[in-house]
Design a protein around this ligand. Structure first.
Ligand SMILES: [Zn+2]
Length: 260
């Protein structure tokens, strides 16, 4: 009897919590995990675990912090599983589109940078900067002391700045592609470019287009030389060459250099 009543109350409460805090939990998971599929999974298990706790008679005093603490645990579990599989970063168009702000990194660039910093630092900075939570609250959510959190946030900000500073913009990346085509890119730059290309379909398309264009440009070498030009070459070095118009001579020099 009592169990059934608690069960009904729990069902009502979890519905209510989901309506009020669902998007908060989801946004947090998305910012920390970097992709929608994982964020959905974490949101689901968060509310499932919350529901079980409510059924057992738990009454959270601050529902929002309580849910984020549950989400943080679910995220920690994800990271543990993730270590076993290759990292996958999906930059959703819907997020990238909201990044129309003038200067500074785009949302997509921030998410990529975040995905490269350690998970605990990522959680701390997301809770602080995106969610605007207090030190006390974040410390509780992540189960660390306030002074440990201070250090964590400092490291997170430094890592993030470092990542953003070393992150290639698409313009940089495409310039690097151009340099690489001529073998003018160092080992370190090649590595940065490879990292960028793994995460940027636009620049990858640029690379593929470049390959096609290069083939087409090489094809130019096979274009037949006009008869007049061949005849002119025949006069080269003889006295009559000096009597030819300047325009013709200029063409000969340019063509001669190209052929050499
Ligand atoms: Zn790019």
């Amino acid at each position: 009897m009592a169990v059934t009543e608690t069960g009904h109350a729990a069902a009502r409460e979890i519905d209510d919590l989901y309506r009020r805090h669902g998007s908060e939990v989801y946004r947090y998971a998305l910012a920390v995990l970097g992709n929608h599929a994982d964020a959905e999974d974490v949101t689901q298990s968060t509310f499932l675990n919350a529901y079980r706790s409510l059924q057992q008679g738990v009454h959270p005093r601050k529902p929002s912090s309580w849910l984020l603490a549950i989400a943080s645990n679910a995220i920690k579990q994800r990271f543990r599983q993730e270590r076993a599989r290759p990292r996958q970063v999906e930059l959703d168009d819907r997020i990238a589109d909201t990044s129309a702000e003038a200067v500074g990194p785009t949302v997509g660039e921030i998410l990529t940078a975040l995905s490269h910093i350690p998970p605990q630092q990522r959680q701390a900075i997301v809770l602080r900067e995106f969610e605007g939570r207090s030190y006390k609250e974040i410390a509780q959510i992540l189960t660390v002391t306030v002074s440990a959190l201070e250090t964590l946030l400092f490291r997170a900000r430094r890592s993030l700045a470092d990542e953003l500073e070393h992150q290639l913009t698409c313009t940089d990346a495409q310039f690097a592609v151009s340099q690489a085509a001529d073998g003018r890119l160092g080992r370190k730059e090649r590595r940065r470019l490879r990292v960028h290309l793994e995460e940027c379909p636009d620049c990858l398309r640029f690379v593929q287009a470049q390959k096609r264009h290069r083939r087409a440009l090489r094809g130019l070498a096979l274009v037949p030389i006009p008869v007049s030009f061949t005849l002119f070459r025949g006069f080269e070095g003889t006295a009559s060459a000096a009597t030819l118009p300047t325009v013709g001579a200029g063409t000969a020099i340019a063509a001669g250099t190209g052929g050499a």
